[in-house]
Ligand binder design. Structure first.
Ligand code: ADP
Ligand code: ADP
Ligand code: ZN
Length: 217
């Protein structure tokens, strides 16, 4: 089972992907996470990507598709892959078809998380993650069960992304509208798209996705 989680910044892709990893043993392939790791490590890719990411624009198709190809080979995605934040352009969608084809794999679903743009700024500006394990949280919608303590690993250190500010979010949303949303018809003609109400509470979004993956929706 290979799926794409598609939706604008803050739609809940990472939140849902990490739950699917835990519950189904799938592998999460997040180009955003890969790029942030490259920036942190100061690799050539990271050096190229840093300013682009801070501006909220898209990193080049060649870079992200190469990252995905490498990760597909190293991750051993036999329980299935969740593409989170990739593809984001038509060229990336075509590259992904090739990458999967070369490995004898195919896409099963493209799950589109639909959300109100107004809610996204709020989601993004309230987002933070565990600095140790990466678990995602929100100032109002998903606080740690014990204050200042990660539910998953017990760490007390949290961090916020430099691009998670109100101004950059506007650029990121514009990029989504201009370059990413237009790839939906490419998958619609293949009957792969399933829509999920991303405005529902986290657990309900999860239940809707489960129903799709279990063939009940
Ligand atoms: P994406 O990966 O699509 O950018 P995230 O999964 O990181 O989005 O979610 C963005 C923020 O919104 C996070 O702080 C997360 O805890 C919160 N969030 C995710 N899904 C929901 C939801 N259904 N309702 C309310 N808040 C949510
Ligand atoms: P979000 O889901 O909150 O928008 P991501 O973590 O997926 O954030 O991406 C953060 C940034 O990394 C993007 O704004 C963009 O600059 C870059 N990026 C991530 N994935 C891609 C991609 N597939 N193509 C181009 N740029 C990407
Ligand atoms: Zn943690």
């Amino acid at each position: 089972m290979n799926i794409i989680l598609l939706g604008p910044p803050g739609a809940g892709k990472g939140t849902q992907a990490s739950r699917l990893v835990e519950e189904r043993g799938m592998v999460q392939l997040s180009t955003g996470d890969m790029l942030r790791a490259a920036v942190k490590a100061g690799t050539p890719v990271g050096l190229q990507a840093k300013a682009v990411m801070e501006a909220g624009e898209l990193v080049s198709d060649a870079i992200v598709s190469a990252l995905i190809g490498e990760r597909l080979d190293s991750a051993g995605a036999h329980g299935g892959a969740i593409f989170d934040g990739y593809p984001r352009t038509q060229a990336q969608a075509e590259a992904l078809d090739l990458l999967l084809d070369e490995r004898g794999e195919k896409l099963d679903y493209v799950v589109e998380l639909t959300v109100d743009e107004e809610a996204l700024v709020d989601r993004i500006t309230g987002r933070f993650t565990c600095a140790t394990c990466g678990e995602g949280y929100h100032d109002r919608y998903k606080l740690p069960k014990v204050q200042d303590t990660c539910d998953v690993c017990g760490s007390h250190e949290f961090k916020r992304r430099p691009d998670d500010n109100a101004e950059t979010v506007r650029t990121r949303m514009a990029e989504y509208r201009a370059k990413t949303a237009p790839i939906l018809p490419f998958y619609e003609t293949r009957g792969l798209v399933r829509r999920v109400d991303g405005m529902a509470p986290i657990a309900e979004v999860g239940a809707q996705i489960d129903a799709i993956l279990d063939g009940a929706a």
